[in-house]
Design a protein around this ligand. Structure first.
Ligand code: CP
Length: 359
């Protein structure tokens, strides 16, 4: 069964097919209307969302399909204690594909172990957000005409920003990518992305303290919101919340063809004076999200039982009853998921579900 839980569940040719189909849908929308009639998408959102949930809904409606689900788990039997696995078993009786957002990391991966229909990860905690990644890739392609060869600056909350983690993983499949990380110490990119992705795949990256020193080098500036809801300590949030703000003066230092992306919602990290700048691509990015999700639904239903489009199977989990994942927000510390691990190439043991370092 083909699911999309992590950006690396898609091969580079599969990503290319989805981006290319999204571009064809944009050019010939009428050809795809009705192509998913009699198909049903379930949107199971255990955490708030505007863009992701509504763009999935709009995407399925444009394709002529139907949508069911919940936008607040408290209105479902989750409030009576139903587990993630039982919920997807049940919803699989009603829908052909499930898009799920969950505040617990690894919840969607755990759900795939029992699901009878493809599951799309619409964001799990601060871990991963692969459909935002497809949106970002399509946006870069449309704004700049290419993805290979770009220098991209990630700015703001790189610690909890799941969209950043997922996009760096996906960019590791492209050629000549350079990454610049602009974040305060408290919000630096997690080591597992630096070591297991950038260093393992050879993406050069450097960490800097100000936007000004790198603005002129960037082809893409990827801004992010400091995610209040992920902080365990409110004082720590207050110290970093206004770390980096993009304004017209800083835009004046950038290339003429740079694209500013932001997964949104924004709070105050991009001033509204930037919105009229032609390089501000973040609202065009939102619309791209609908087209790429249309393409993803079409492709996942086409690939779901095709052995040529299976899930990556080069890893087997390590089981050790003595070890525990240290992440309180991981599925294995919240439901009866087993404590499973994977050994990385540099010998580190990480949680199978959330990638936290265990040993
Ligand atoms: N980009 C994004 O995930 O937005 P929502 O939280 O509104 O879905």
């Amino acid at each position: 069964m083909k699911h999309l839980i992590d950006p690396t569940d898609l091969t580079k040719p599969e990503i290319d097919e989805i981006i290319s189909l999204a571009q064809d849908i944009i050019a010939h929308r009428e050809r795809y209307q009705g192509s998913m009639s009699h198909k049903k998408l379930a949107t199971l959102f255990y955490e708030p969302s505007t863009r992701t949930r509504l763009s999935f809904t709009s995407a399925m409606m444009e394709l002529g399909g139907n949508v069911l689900g919940f936008s607040d788990a408290r209105s479902s039997s989750v409030s009576k204690g139903e587990s993630v696995q039982d919920t997807v078993r049940v919803v699989g009786c009603f829908a052909d594909v499930i898009a799920m957002r969950h505040h617990i990391e690894g919840a969607q991966l755990y759900a795939t172990e029992v699901s009878t229909v493809p599951i799309i990860n619409a964001g799990d905690g601060s871990h991963s957000h692969p459909t935002q990644t497809l949106t970002d890739l399509l946006t870069i392609q449309r704004e700049l005409g290419h993805i290979d060869g770009i220098t991209i600056g990630f700015c703001g909350d790189l610690r909890f920003g799941r969209t950043v983690h997922s996009l760096i993983k996906a960019l590791s499949r492209y050629k000549d990518i350079k990454v610049i990380l602009i974040a305060p110490d408290e919000l630096k990119l997690p080591d597992y992305i630096k070591q297991d992705v950038c260093e393992r795949t050879g993406i050069p990256y450097r960490e800097v303290a100000t936007m000004e020193e790198v603005m002129g080098e960037l082809d893409v500036l990827y801004m992010t919101r400091v995610q209040k809801e992920r902080f365990l300590d409110e004082d720590e949030f207050d110290r970093v919340k206004d770390s980096f703000v993009l304004d017209a003066a800083r835009m004046a230092l950038a290339k003429e063809k740079m694209a500013v992306l932001h997964p949104l919602p924004r709070v105050n990290e991009i001033l509204t004076e930037v919105d009229a700048d032609p390089r501000a691509a973040y609202f065009r990015q939102v619309e791209n999200g609908k087209f790429v999700r249309e393409a993803l639904i079409v492709k996942l239903l086409e690939w779901k039982d095709d052995p040529e489009h299976g899930m990556p199977s080069d890893e087997t989990p390590v089981e050790d009853p003595e070890l525990r994942c240290p992440n309180k927000k991981c599925i294995c510390n919240n439901e009866h998921a087993p404590h499973r691990f994977r050994r990385t190439e540099n010998g580190v043991l990480r949680c199978w579900y959330c990638d936290s370092k265990v040993r």
